[in-house]
Design a protein around this ligand. Structure first.
Ligand SMILES: [Zn+2]
Length: 188
């Protein structure tokens, strides 16, 4: 017997009847097809230059000439004052952990036995307005940061720097940075 689901007041039951997935897959005429859709993706002007920078071991951003905000990943215009961001800047790469999470899901949505720590790194860049949500930052892996660091809140605010892959392994993507790692005490 069907179980009555609680519905919001005013809910109008649509015509037809619910199917279990097994019932649905047994319907005559059902087509199962996996498209082989291959495509090229154009990174665009700003992103392309950013990616080429990574291959050279540089983190590049754009600066707004009007308010001074620095964008990483770079944008072609300032989201705050809509001015074109015409100036390119190279960032030192250091920063602090803005958010961190213990992830048991890998990049390809696979379940991981060992968790990976990922988070958003707020990069050191002049132009950040304290309390503003726009800052130069990257989402990346954090190595040398433990799940306990994350769950206790210690990870937040940690000073980190990029760990670059050797030049011959770089491909012009965000994985040219292997991860961000904590800066040892006294080094910055
Ligand atoms: Zn601006």
């Amino acid at each position: 017997m069907a179980v009555e689901k609680p519905r919001r007041p005013g809910w109008v039951e649509p015509p037809g009847h619910y199917l279990k997935s097994r019932e649905m897959y047994s319907l005559p005429g059902l087509v199962e097809y996996k498209p082989r859709a291959r495509y090229l993706f154009s990174a665009g002007q700003a992103q392309s230059r950013f990616l080429r920078g990574l291959r050279e071991g540089k983190i590049l951003g754009t600066r707004c000439p009007r308010c001074g905000r620095v964008y990483v990943p770079p944008r072609m215009f300032c989201e705050y004052c809509h001015a074109p961001t015409t100036e390119w800047v190279e960032l030192p790469g250091t920063g602090r952990v803005h958010t961190a999470v213990v992830s048991y899901i890998g990049t390809f949505r696979e379940r991981r036995e060992e968790p990976e720590i990922v988070g958003v790194i707020q990069l050191d860049a002049p132009g950040y307005v304290e309390g503003g949500y726009e800052f130069a930052g990257l989402f990346h892996r954090l190595c040398g940061v433990t799940p306990e660091d994350v769950m206790s809140g210690r990870a937040i605010g940690m000073r980190v720097r990029p760990r670059w892959r050797p030049p011959e392994e770089r491909r012009g993507d965000v994985n040219d940075i292997e991860c961000f790692e904590p800066i040892p005490e006294g080094e910055g």
